[in-house]
Design a protein around this ligand. Structure first.
Ligand code: SF4
Length: 707
């Protein structure tokens, strides 16, 4: 029971795309406890170690950005400045650059940590006021290949399954996901289902033997980057063994015959050397998939963070289309979203190649529709830069002002030396940030204090398309403001300078009004949730889109075998296997893969504040197989220099059975504060997928030296 003066607020965990419901207990202005919310339908009261430690991350001391800071000269120190003056400085510079160099000299680099309302305001600011499509987010590093994979095959960016399907699947294919660490609450749900129904078959596709393999019946330890060859070979087996659903293919899909011709050569025996797994195991995986009453695939960054990420996603989805394993209980391809609100960001159109309501800025009709919804004459038609291109454009002097919110590109982007050079080169870098410890703050010319969880109101959408209310439990620290409020404050000043009639576009009384405008943008689209409002969410609880007042939310998509493509048929993508962007060589003989640890999140700006979370792994390390420790004559914990074609870092080496010979693994979390060099992404390549533009953060060729 609550003591006098205590309160409890229902909200959502701010870390991964599982989107677990939390109850935040407060006393006065302090958060005293965070517990799982048994009423949240996605998580049923469960939390992982990160969610359970949330109360310990709530700060209002100097670990937070408490006020605005400004440096008039690039190499000078940042000094405190009044918030109002900071807004004026930003508006002055934006107006000057728009007038002298054009709207495309401005770039916005946002984050899947933002709430949908933040996204909606930034998107309107970039396109309707500034007049540029240069708005992209760190979701480009996270889910953009899942988006393009869904769109290429199913016709829309919409995960078709739901969490309940984990309970009822017969075969679960987990590919490129260490869900035991990255989505722990879902992993436990699956482990529980497997314990209750031991006949359930679990196949894990991962170069490493991760903790997720603990519940696997079959681990396919494929060579990094060879997923497409594997999925083609599995489809080959399904066809030859007569396990495809010819009726479903005929009625609900197109393009199967072309793909069938292409994968003719991809027999298990032909790909076993490419993938590094036995032909028999590939055939077994295919048969388990093909003979299941319900087959579910769960996948994440191992497929997405790849120079062939779209193809990997599409070829996995092919297995479902060919067997009709989609649109029914326990079945379907199901991307596990990395960030808490990468989904909501996409719904709000917060990426260069998206507009609100899953629209496309290259489509004149879509631009016209959104302009009408926003009440402006027109939207810009020139293509916007995606994440890596945006930093390239800064380096080339094309983008002069970079506005960064809730993300840490000076650690999280690949090819760090290039990113940092771009940050140094920009005429003005605006960074709105909550935590004082991020690498990117050192490159900011103007720092704005951002409110963060649990100081913000809004909504997020989790992996199963469920929209939940995020609620503020305490007031923001210092002078911090919600990201959308910071954006509106500058937008109104900018409008006064360049287009006074647009000032009212940013006159929102509260988050509910922003959500209302955003929800109206979804009307008539695949994700239609125009009937949702804060009042409905508060009364009915979290809802899965599409949502209508009559039928309420939607657990599964495509139950009728009809897809949001022109002719209502899903598409098989005629795509081949492309090897990794970067091969190993005598100088760089190891395949480096990267991944999460159980108790850390991204660049640790929040989780790094909690000693209990750091105990699981206290320092960065490179994990090598024993054979490679011997080959390089390394003692355990010896400091080594790990070098790629782009940079090097120095960190301890550790023998690890989970890593195969010829491979290396480094957790993704630590930056230059802990590692000699620019952090792990000094090594990573910015080679990217040609369709999704998502970089190959998961793999680079590296060498090892004794420093
Ligand atoms: Fe938070 Fe994800 Fe853990 Fe749930 S599984 S508590 S959303 S980090």
């Amino acid at each position: 029971g609550l003591q006098p003066g205590q309160d409890v607020v229902a909200s959502v965990c701010c870390y991964c795309g599982t989107g677990c419901g939390v109850r935040i207990h407060t006393a006065g202005r302090r958060v005293i406890q965070v517990a799982g919310d048994p009423d949240h339908p996605s998580s049923l009261g469960k939390l992982c170690s990160k969610g359970m430690a949330l109360a310990q991350t709530v700060r209002n001391d100097d670990s937070r950005v408490l006020g605005a800071r400004w440096r008039p000269h690039k190499n000078g120190p940042q000094r405190p400045i009044a918030l109002e003056a900071a807004f004026d400085l930003a508006a002055d510079k934006l107006a000057q650059v728009i007038q002298s160099d054009g709207a495309d000299a401005i770039g916005f680099y946002l984050s899947g940590q933002l709430l949908t309302e933040d996204y909606a305001v930034f998107n309107k600011l970039a396109r309707a006021l500034v007049g540029t499509n240069n708005i992209d987010t760190n979701s480009r590093l996270c889910m953009s290949s899942a988006v393009s994979g869904y769109k290429a095959t199913l016709g829309a960016d919409a995960p078709p399954a739901c969490y309940e399907d984990l309970d009822s699947a017969d075969t679960v294919l987990i590919a490129g996901s260490n869900m035991a660490y990255a989505h722990p609450v879902l992993f436990r749900r699956l482990a529980h289902a497997k314990a209750a129904r031991p006949d359930m078959k679990i196949i894990v596709v991962d170069p490493r033997r991760t903790d997720t393999c603990d519940i696997a019946d079959l681990h396919l330890a494929i060579a990094p980057g060879t997923d497409v060859a594997l999925f083609h070979a599995m489809l080959n087996v399904l066809i030859w063994d007569g396990m495809i659903d010819a009726r479903y293919i005929q009625q609900s899909t197109q393009g199967f015959d072309d793909l069938k011709r292409r994968i003719h050569e991809f027999t298990p025996r032909a790909v076993q050397d490419i993938c590094g797994v036995a032909a028999e195991d590939i055939a077994r995986a295919a048969r388990w998939f093909g003979s299941a009453n319900a087959a579910l695939s769960l996948y994440a960054m191992g497929l997405n963070q790849s120079s062939s990420g779209t193809a990997k996603n599409a070829t996995l989805i092919h297995l479902h289309l060919a067997t009709g394993q989609i649109g029914m209980k326990g079945a379907g391809p199901f991307s596990l979203t990395g960030q808490p609100n990468a989904m909501g960001g996409r719904e709000a159109g917060g990426m260069a190649n998206l507009l609100p309501g899953h629209r496309d800025p290259a489509n004149a009709q879509h631009r016209h529709e959104v302009a009408a919804l926003w009440g402006v004459e027109a939207l810009p038609s020139s293509p916007g830069h995606t994440a890596i291109d945006m930093f390239d454009a800064v380096l080339q002097g094309k983008i002069k002002v970079l506005w960064i919110a809730a993300t840490n590109p000076a650690q999280s982007m690949p090819d760090q030396s290039k990113i940092r050079a771009a940050l140094r080169k920009a005429e003005m870098v605006i960074v709105q940030e909550a935590f004082a410890n991020t690498e990117t703050l050192a490159y900011a010319d103007l720092v704005l204090p951002a409110a963060t969880w649990p100081e913000k109101e809004g909504t997020v959408t989790n992996s199963e398309r469920r929209i939940s209310r995020v609620r503020a439990a305490i007031a923001p620290a210092g002078e911090a403001m919600a990201d959308w409020k910071l954006a509106c404050a500058i937008a109104q000043r900018l409008a006064a300078r360049i287009a006074p009639h647009k000032r009212a576009l940013f006159d929102y009384p509260d988050e509910a009004a922003i959500f209302g405008e955003h929800a109206r943008c979804t009307a008539g689209r695949d994700l239609d949730y125009s009937a949702l409002s804060y009042a409905v969410l508060d009364a009915e609880g979290p809802q899965q889109w599409p949502y209508s007042a009559q039928t309420q939310g939607t657990a599964r998509l495509y139950e009728d075998g009809r897809f949001p493509t022109g002719n209502r048929r899903a598409r098989f993508m005629d795509v081949g296997y492309t090897p990794l962007a970067e091969n190993i060589s005598a100088q760089y003989p190891l395949h480096l893969t990267t991944g999460r640890l159980r108790d850390q999140w991204h660049t640790m700006s929040r989780t790094g504040l909690v000693p209990a979370l750091t105990r699981h792994a206290e320092e960065p390390f490179v994990a090598l197989n024993k054979a490679d420790m011997r080959r390089f004559r390394l003692a355990s914990d010896a400091l080594v220099k790990v070098k790629s074609r782009r940079g090097h870092i120095i960190l301890p080496a550790r023998a690890c059975d989970s890593v195969r010979p010829g491979q290396a693994f480094i957790p993704m979390h630590w930056g230059s504060g802990f590692i000699a060099g620019d952090g792990i992404n000094a090594l990573a390549t910015s080679a990217r997928d040609p369709i999704s533009h998502q970089p190959e953060l998961k793999h680079s060729a590296v060498g090892i030296e004794i420093p």
